[in-house]
Design a protein around this ligand. Structure first.
Ligand code: GDP
Length: 317
């Protein structure tokens, strides 16, 4: 097929027809920070805003990928189409053709209502801040009812996944440190739905109790969403339907309370900021060695002007 036939508009139309190769190609263009990014995001924009974006986070080993699979199965049983982005901020690997993705697809490999893709989310901007929300847009535009974003809970990424999701699920499990560890990681602030997985193991009830009391102490104002603590055995699917129900209830509450709109605006604001900052950086870098920045740096180092005045000049250059 010629390159010409692969215009962003074509790719988006094909993705909307459910063609997984087109979806994969669009996400790759985003990951590779292709010069056609602008064209791609413009073509996606009119088709976005419909999907329920669910973030799933938790420490390594709590059962995120097992839970994702169980959630996909439960959502499919409900007739919903599900897109999954498995984001590992520490991994250099990504790409739809990777063996890992095929293994992860497992029982869903032949199901056209499911698309699973892992992403390294590296980009030169780092973190989830930039490429993940664009990939979410691809799956949203492709017509998935639910877009699940699964991230490894390493520090900052938990907070970031909460920033890009309409509903954030925090997963815990017994034997991986107690509830207090959760508080340390800022987990009490970011979850909308809490799930204690590995409920078949000793200690799960205790983790759930500790978490419930910590959440009760941190409970917010009247009318706020009451964050449920659910128990699952992801391997067997036990309790997973209740998680799907809680996701739906939170989504409905978010829509009715106006929280969804506020979160999405906050997300858009962060996206615009990240893009604008990157654009400025590359403008300064693109000019090479003989830049306004280099001149100003020399002047600041020589004590001729102060760094604030230099920054003002740089911004207006
Ligand atoms: P992730 O690192 O958070 O993605 O965790 P995985 O989904 O890879 O699960 C880590 C390990 O826990 C695997 O060996 C799973 O088989 C196991 N596991 C996942 N869910 C459960 C569960 O509900 N009960 C038990 N006993 N083990 C589970």
């Amino acid at each position: 097929m010629s390159r010409r036939a692969e215009s962003a508009t074509d790719l988006v139309a094909r993705a909307r027809d459910g063609e997984s190769r087109a979806i994969a190609r669009l996400i790759s263009l985003i990951e590779d920070e292709s010069p056609r990014l602008r064209e791609v995001t413009a073509a996606l924009a009119p088709h976005t805003g419909r999907a329920h974006v669910v973030g799933l986070t938790g420490a390594p080993g709590v059962g995120k990928s097992t839970s994702t699979n169980a959630l996909v199965a439960a959502l499919r049983a409900d007739g919903r189409r599900v897109g999954v982005l498995a984001v590992d901020p520490s991994s250099p690997f990504s790409g739809g053709a990777l063996l890992g993705d095929r293994i992860r697809m497992g029982e869903h490999a032949l199901d056209e209502g499911v698309y699973i893709r892992s992403m390294a989310a590296r980009g030169h901007l780092g973190g989830l801040s930039w490429s993940t929300p664009q990939a979410v847009r691809v799956l949203d535009a492709a017509g998935f009812d639910v877009v699940l974003v699964e991230t490894v809970g390493v520090g900052q990424s938990e907070v970031e996944v909460a920033g890009l999701a309409d509903t954030t699920v925090v997963l815990l499990a017994p034997g991986l440190g107690d509830g207090i560890q959760a508080a340390k990681a800022g987990i009490l602030e970011i979850g909308d739905v809490y799930v204690v997985n590995k409920a078949d193991r000793d200690g799960a009830a205790q983790v759930a109790r500790d978490l419930r009391s910590a959440l009760a102490l941190a409970e917010r104002e009247e009318g706020a969403w009451r964050r449920p603590v659910l128990k699952t055995v992801a391997q067997t699917g036990d309790g997973v339907e209740a998680v799907v129900t809680a996701l739906g209830e939170h989504h409905t509450w978010s829509i009715e309370s106006g929280e969804l709109g506020r979160r999405r605006e906050r997300r858009a604001r962060a996206e615009i900021e990240a893009i604008a900052v990157a654009a400025l950086r590359s403008r300064w870098a693109d000019l090479g060695g003989h830049t306004e920045l280099a001149t100003l740096a020399a002047a600041v180092a020589a004590g001729e002007i102060d760094p604030y005045a230099a920054a003002d000049r740089l911004i207006h250059s």
